[in-house]
Write a protein that binds this ligand. Structure first.
Ligand code: 5AD
Ligand code: SF4
Length: 463
């Protein structure tokens, strides 16, 4: 009898994600495309044969983090070389796209630099490198569609990692806000076909996903054709997805005010699965600054959209992005932003100091503001947004709302989930079988960053 052949040791890949939710989605796809090549996912960089950093270039701080991580990886690569092992270091995503060859000069130990639209070619690049080929820098936008080269959804190992999932439906941006690198790093706007999105959503639902967040840099600019060949926008797509059995919740992010059409607004009124939450970045409350940012909307238009969306869904939780210290922003401009915040009342928001990005028009403006002014304005802005967030969360106390438990909390018996309004809800004494389930929770109190609630008696019955 012959000895069974020893199985070749599986190779491993580790992908570290920076930045936005789309990078989270892309990182999972990078693992997917390497799986047929015999790569399993590694839990740590130490046990990996390939480490990929999937990077973000949106602000300087995000980009700089990549270089500190590369310093650590260089040490790991040397250590492994000392043991006769190899480590392939790759940088993917928006820093790779924006810096290309420049990154090779700054970090020569990097073997592979690949932009966000080319990661489907990873197997080919890795094979070339394994055969002793030179380092690869690939920042051209390819003519083929990376989504077409991915394994079919039901064959993806990383398809579902719990009850919630991201699904990219649109990528890139043609709006060219003067502060933003996205049109340069992600390229021009592209919508995935409706049928493909519906297929992927079906596969997710079959794998146990209850909540899908549709992703796009300009998600509400998504457009395609419905099954009858008629033009469709995001509202129509949401209605199609809401029909899928098992999917209880739909969300989408990030939207642009210019693309909030009637169909999408009415979906908020009519589709129960569409959660009452809207992230609609306004960036500034000053019309002068909005024009300088090339946002192509003014505050009046923004406020009118908010009115319409509230008419459709009165309890909607509103979220936004703000930039303080854009070039030329005066005290009066900043006050106008505070006034807009007071007029709207946000449930939560993200706010940033303006960060000049190489290659964007605003970076060349002469009237850049000192960091101290940006700091001061950011603090004032965040204090106001923090008050609004606390007020919104506190107003939820006493209500009962469905919570989808998607994280284990501290200790054995705490579960954490999301409310319809995307708040984190912590529940003590929750039986473990409720993990991944949608459960009614009585909210006891609301803090700045989360809610605390308790289960109703009947939820204790074991599943
Ligand atoms: N500086 C600061 N914030 C920025 N954002 C985009 N570009 C910059 C920049 N150069 C913010 C915007 C955008 C969010 C994703 O990041 O608010 O909506
Ligand atoms: Fe950037 Fe503006 Fe496009 Fe958003 S809409 S990705 S901020 S250029």
């Amino acid at each position: 009898m012959t000895e069974p052949k020893p199985r070749a040791p599986r190779k491993k890949i580790f992908v570290k994600t920076y930045g936005c939710q789309m990078n989270v989605y892309d990182s999972a796809r990078m693992v997917d495309v390497m799986a047929p090549e015999g790569y399993a996912e590694a839990a740590t960089p130490e046990e990996a044969d390939i480490v990929l950093l999937n990077t973000c270039h949106i602000r300087e701080k995000a980009a700089e983090k990549v270089y500190s991580e590369l310093g650590r990886l260089r040490a790991l690569k040397n250590e492994k070389a000392g043991r006769g092992e190899s480590l392939l270091i790759g940088v993917a995503g928006c820093v790779a796209q924006a810096e290309g060859e420049e990154m090779r000069r700054r970090a020569p130990m990097v073997d592979l630099i690949v932009g966000p639209q080319t990661y489907h070619r990873l197997p080919e690049y890795v094979a070339r490198l394994a055969n002793g080929g030179p380092a690869i820098v690939e920042t051209e936008f390819p003519a083929d569609d990376k989504f077409d080269s991915l394994p079919a959804p039901e064959r993806r190992k990383t398809l579902a990692r719990g009850a919630t999932a991201f699904l990219t439906i649109q990528e890139g941006c043609d709006k060219f806000c003067t502060f933003c690198v996205v049109p340069y790093t992600r390229g021009s706007e592209f919508s995935r076909p409706l049928a493909r999105i519906v297929d992927e959503a079906h596969a997710l639902a079959d794998a146990g996903v209850r909540e899908i967040t549709l992703l796009g840099q300009n998600v509400n600019a998504w457009h395609g054709e419905d099954a009858q060949g008629r033009p469709a926008t995001l509202g129509r797509l949401i209605r199609a997805l809401a029909e899928i059995d098992g999917l209880a919740r739909l969300r989408y992010t990030t939207s642009h005010p210019r693309d909030m059409d009637d169909e999408l607004i009415s979906a908020h009124a009519e589709v129960p699965a569409l959660m009452p939450y809207l992230h609609l970045p306004v960036q500034s409350g000053s019309d002068r600054i909005l024009a300088a940012m090339n946002r192509r909307h003014d505050t009046e238009t923004y406020l009118r959209i908010i009115e319409r969306i509230r008419a459709a869904r009165p309890d909607i939780a509103l979220s936004s992005d703000f930039i303080v210290g854009f070039p030329g922003e005066t005290e009066a401009d900043f006050e106008a932003t505070l006034a807009l915040i007071r007029a709207v009342g946000f449930a939560q928001a993200y706010s940033f100091k303006y960060s000049p990005r190489p290659g964007t028009p605003a970076a060349n403006e002469e009237d850049q503001l000192p960091d101290a002014v940006k700091d001061e304005r950011l603090q004032a802005l965040q204090a106001l947004l923090g008050e609004q967030q606390l007020a919104f969360n506190a107003s939820c106390a006493g209500r009962t709302m469905p919570v989808l438990f998607d994280r284990r909390g501290r200790g054995e018996t705490q579960l954490v989930g999301r409310s319809p309004y995307l708040q984190s809800v912590h529940v003590e004494d929750a039986p473990p079988h409720l993990f991944g389930k949608l459960v009614d929770v009585e909210i006891e109190d609301g803090h700045r960053n989360s809610l605390r609630g308790r289960l109703r008696e009947n939820e204790f019955v074991p599943a």
